[in-house]
Design a protein around this ligand. Structure first.
Ligand code: MLT
Length: 393
């Protein structure tokens, strides 16, 4: 056999695996160190009680021959798809058919797997800094990447390219910078994609953190987006499903390739062959977060994280650091002191403050000079981390 040599082009380890390795090595050498982890965006609040009750009930159904379920639909159960359409899209004036929503085990898998149905000679536009999954999965496929610099001067939303791109990844609220995109700027991206017959892969995993209702929550709020965009959503950061795993992808039937092939049909074909559907239990849990009580519980969990974000943001700014994000996003993007190398600052925070953050360079070369801090920790940890950081910056 021969391997897919594209994998040899990848950087040694997946970013968060590399950070976990460095933290674990430090912890082994210093078992007494009380480490606060504000690196990977993993949640710390318990799941909404309504989702827990729904999942318990779903487990009970498996215990009885009359309610037992085997394989579910590869695309997800109608009960969840109907709730998604009714709560996430209809109120924003977006009409979707059931067969335009594909429930999955999460946005990470879907943003990675979507490349299966896209040609390897497509030119891929990747905002930089960026969630590393988009980069890695395209390197694995052997595609050519074209980086779109994102910095404070373009509000971390990239300049509309002058050259042709076939595929463009956008993620707003943004991981890692915490930036948001305005309706006007998103319209400019959609217009570009329509002009170039490109597809925008729009990762909206953090849309529930948007607090300003003039900002778009879905790309389909933009005229023409159904003809040029796929949207990814997740229950991980809203309902605390990072370990449960459930998300979904929207592929409108209007979206066609250059030669008129339906992307929706291809993705459905791919999913039927490679995926057996998300767990019924997870889907019942996800459905429950759309109930009035579930929605209230989710709102209070998000408020908790956003109060951490506001605290981290203002404290770092008071230390004289330049800070972005954290207003409509659980991520705070902060400049390193005196332009310190981001991996160096990461290691200094780990060893001198016992605080884990994510070095900006790990998200791309334009992330150099920054680190990302998440607001997903506990309130106590967020406060303790700030006190420790204050001592060393
Ligand atoms: C992150 O820290 O960027 C996220 O937790 C990663 C993910 O959602 O896969």
């Amino acid at each position: 056999m021969r391997i897919n040599t594209n994998y040899l082009q990848l950087s040694g380890r997946y970013l968060f695996a590399e950070i976990a390795r460095q933290v674990s090595a430090y912890k082994s050498a210093h078992p007494e160190a009380d480490i606060i982890r504000l690196g990977i965006g993993d949640v710390t609040r318990p799941l909404p009680p309504t989702a827990i009750r729904a999942m318990r009930q779903a487990v009970e159904e498996y215990a009885d021959t009359r309610t037992f379920r085997g394989y579910g639909p590869e695309q997800g159960y109608d009960f969840l798809i109907d709730a998604i359409i009714a709560h996430d899209f209809a109120p924003r004036g977006i009409r979707l058919d059931r067969d335009e929503v594909f429930v999955s085990d999460g946005a990470k898998s879907d943003t990675g797997n979507i490349g299966d149905i896209l040609a390897t000679d497509n030119i891929v536009g990747i905002t930089d800094p960026v969630y590393p999954v988009y980069v890695d999965t395209n390197i694995m496929a052997g595609r050519n990447l074209c980086y779109i610099p994102c910095h404070a001067q373009n509000d971390f939303t990239g300049n509309i390219p002058t050259q042709h791109l076939d595929i463009i990844y956008l993620c707003y609220p943004n991981n890692p910078t915490g930036a948001v995109i305005t309706r006007e700027k998103l319209t400019a991206w959609v217009d570009y994609a329509l002009r170039h017959q490109s597809v925008i892969l729009y990762d909206a995993a953090y849309e529930a953190f948007i607090r300003d209702d003039t900002l778009p929550h879905s790309i389909y709020e933009i005229e023409g987006a159904k003809r040029c965009a796929i949207e990814f959503r997740s229950f991980s950061k809203t309902a605390g499903f990072t370990g449960v795993r459930c998300g979904y992808t929207v592929i409108p039937k209007e979206l066609k390739s250059e030669d008129g092939t339906s992307v929706n049909t291809l993705w459905n074909r791919r999913q039927c062959s490679k995926f057996n559907g998300a767990s019924y239990i997870a889907q019942r849990g996800a459905e429950a977060v759309y109930s009035p009580e579930g929605a209230r519980e989710v709102r209070s969990i998000i408020d908790y994280y956003m109060s951490n974000a506001a605290f981290i943001r203002s404290s770092l700014a008071n230390m004289g650091l330049t800070v972005y994000g954290g207003e409509h996003s659980p991520y705070i993007w902060v400049s390193t002191p005196d332009g310190e190398d981001s991996w160096h600052f990461f290691r200094r925070l780990l060893t001198d403050a016992h605080v884990v953050v994510t070095p900006g360079e790990g998200f791309g070369s334009h992330g150099e000079g920054y680190v990302r801090i998440t607001a997903f920790g506990t309130c106590d940890d967020s406060h303790a981390a700030i006190e420790r950081i204050r001592k060393i910056v």
